[in-house]
Ligand binder design. Structure first.
Ligand SMILES: [Zn+2]
Length: 335
């Protein structure tokens, strides 16, 4: 089969052996894959992985073959998959139901081969059926939308939390935007792209700050929040330099939520966090059922977030598409 293989230096299309399925696995014909900030971080050398590796973990496809130990009802189903594979169902975290933190987990497309290929073999416990009303390209948003929901699974919204400042309006930021608005909170959205800021406005953001034209982003947030600072500040930029601004934008006793780091070391002013008693939250993989419901119900819209589509043979162009414009949100690879 054809696959996009990263060799530690570059990504190229190679002919590799079709995956063999084990008794507990399904073989999936991949239809669409979303390129994610994590994929870019690996390709840029910021996030180490074993090599050679097939990247790609946001995907949708059809089950075309099933192993002896799994139900035949999976055959021909449209599916997507959890990212954390090789779960032992036996460790401290698994016993608490926290499978995404299993000590033996391997992330698809990061630790083990992923979905930027014609086929992928996966254990059936990872699979989620995609409702007929969600097209394959939109289904690539299920994994990142689950991660967006996880923000609020990990961080409680208390009665004093009325406003949220959200740094970064890429895919994750614009998904979180829609969740924040659905919770009835006031949203201050920050990005350098007017196009992304306008999308956030369409989704209901109350205040927009263009970080390119704004003299001091933290001052502006403090001005918008009765000179207090935002109750909650969420970072989806993965930019280490943004953290100083994020801490300065948060009110005393407020919450900071870090969604992206892209593998980079991040300098942070701990003194300010300690003195003003800020709480630091983080989160990653989340509930797929909630994400599927969000798309199925129409509560979350993703069609507007698809910027470009490429074929698998155009993988270099697909990765480069993120460098072309600040307005770029999401690249989909069709396989
Ligand atoms: Zn485990």
């Amino acid at each position: 089969m054809k696959a996009a293989v990263y060799d530690g230096n570059k990504i190229t299309i190679k002919n590799v052996l079709d995956p063999e399925i084990k008794e507990s696995q399904a073989l999936i014909r991949v239809k669409t894959v979303g390129i994610c900030g994590t994929d870019l971080a690996i390709a840029n050398g910021h996030l180490p992985t074993p090599t050679p590796i097939i990247l790609g973990h946001e995907f949708a496809g059809d089950v075309v073959k099933v192993g002896a130990k799994i139900s035949h009802s999976w055959l021909n189903k449209r599916v997507t998959s959890e990212i954390n594979s090789n779960i032992d169902f036996n460790c401290y975290y698994c016993k608490k139901g926290l499978y995404t933190q299993c000590v033996s987990r391997k992330a698809i497309g990061i630790d083990i081969n992923g979905a930027l290929a014609e086929y992928i073999a996966l254990d059936s416990y990872l699979l989620h059926e995609i409702p007929d009303t969600i097209p394959y390209d939109e289904a690539t948003f299920i994994e990142p939308l689950a991660a967006a929901y996880q923000t609020f699974e990990m961080m409680p919204i208390d009665k004093d939390d009325k406003n949220i400042a959200l740094f970064g309006l890429g895919k994750l930021g614009l998904l979180i935007t829609q969740i924040v608005i659905s919770k009835g909170l006031t949203l201050i959205a920050i990005d350098g792209s007017d196009k992304k800021l306008n999308l956030a406005k369409q989704f209901g953001a109350h205040h927009l700050i263009n970080r390119v034209t704004c003299k001091d982003v933290s001052d502006e947030i403090i001005n918008l929040t009765n000179n207090l600072g935002a109750d909650i500040v969420i970072d989806t930029t993965g930019n280490p330099n943004a953290l100083r601004e994020i801490v300065a934008s948060c009110r005393t006793r407020g919450k900071i939520h870090v969604k992206s780091t892209h593998g980079l070391e991040t300098p942070i002013n701990l003194t300010d966090i300690v003195v003003r008693e800020l709480t630091l939250y983080s989160s990653r993989c989340g509930p797929f059922e909630k994400a599927i419901d969000g798309l199925k119900s129409g509560n979350i819209q993703v069609r507007q977030l698809i910027s470009k589509k490429f074929k698998l043979d155009e993988i270099t162009e697909a990765f480069n598409s993120y460098k072309m414009s600040n307005d770029h949100i999401k690249t989909i690879v069709q396989i």
